[in-house]
Design a binder for this molecule. Structure first.
Ligand SMILES: CCCCCCCC/C=C\CCCCCCCC(=O)SCCNC(=O)CCNC(=O)[C@H](O)C(C)(C)COP(=O)(O)OP(=O)(O)OC[C@H]1O[C@@H](n2cnc3c(N)ncnc32)[C@H](O)[C@@H]1OP(=O)(O)O
Length: 161
């Protein structure tokens, strides 16, 4: 698997301005996600902690939703070569994600594009590899020019060494 570079950390102003709850390494409260590419799939691994709990021992469903939403956002950056915003997110919570089972894996891919909407599917596997969540996300994609001018999209080459 190929590690994806996070180009948003590289500007001088990043520490002050780059605060994405999902992926900024500078946001103390955030999830600090990092990403890998495996062919068509984008993959992240993340360690759940007690502070992210809902029901006793179970990873909060809102955090699970954030994990797949963030992954889908990066799938747009990497596979649509632009930036976008979540237009809809549908989640089937199939099994509880027990924090005690350790590191979860989130993976997903672009399945189709309908006009400005990228259709993305993601799964979340618990520490034992069991599929606990399946998500379908629709992402509204900005034209690349707008993404560059308004949304700090750095161009696809910035994500690779
Ligand atoms: C120095 C460091 C900097 C770092 C920077 C940060 C890096 C972060 C890195 C990585 C992050 C990636 C991961 C993200 C994960 C999180 C995702 C989220 O949480 S997203 C938030 C939740 N979602 C929403 O808030 C959507 C709310 N919904 C909407 O805005 C609308 O419903 C929308 C866009 C989904 C559909 O709206 P319609 O159906 O009306 O579509 P139409 O009219 O075609 O366009 C809407 C707007 O799009 C722009 N637009 C579209 N096409 C354009 C074009 N050709 N030219 C210019 N603008 C265009 C325009 O501004 C337009 O807005 P007008 O109302 O006209 O102001």
């Amino acid at each position: 698997m190929k590690k994806i570079k996070n180009p948003f950390t590289e500007k001088d102003s990043s520490r002050k301005e780059y605060n994405c709850f999902g992926c900024s390494p500078f946001n103390e409260m955030g999830l600090k996600l990092e990403f890998w590419e495996n062919g068509e799939e984008i993959v992240a691994k993340w360690m759940p902690s007690k502070s992210m709990e809902g029901w006793l021992g179970v990873l909060h469903g809102g955090i699970q939703a954030t994990l797949v939403d963030e992954l889908a956002g990066w799938i747009v950056l990497l596979k649509k070569n632009t930036s976008g915003v979540t237009s809809s997110l549908n989640i089937d919570y199939l099994k509880p994600v027990y924090i005690s089972k350790g590191e979860v894996t989130i993976k997903g891919k672009l399945t189709s594009t309908e006009g400005k909407i990228a259709k993305i599917e993601c799964t979340l596997l618990d520490g034992e590899g069991k599929e606990c969540l399946h998500a379908k996300a629709d992402y509204f994609c900005f034209p690349e020019k707008i993404a560059k001018a308004k949304y700090h999209y750095p161009g696809i080459e910035a994500f690779y060494e």
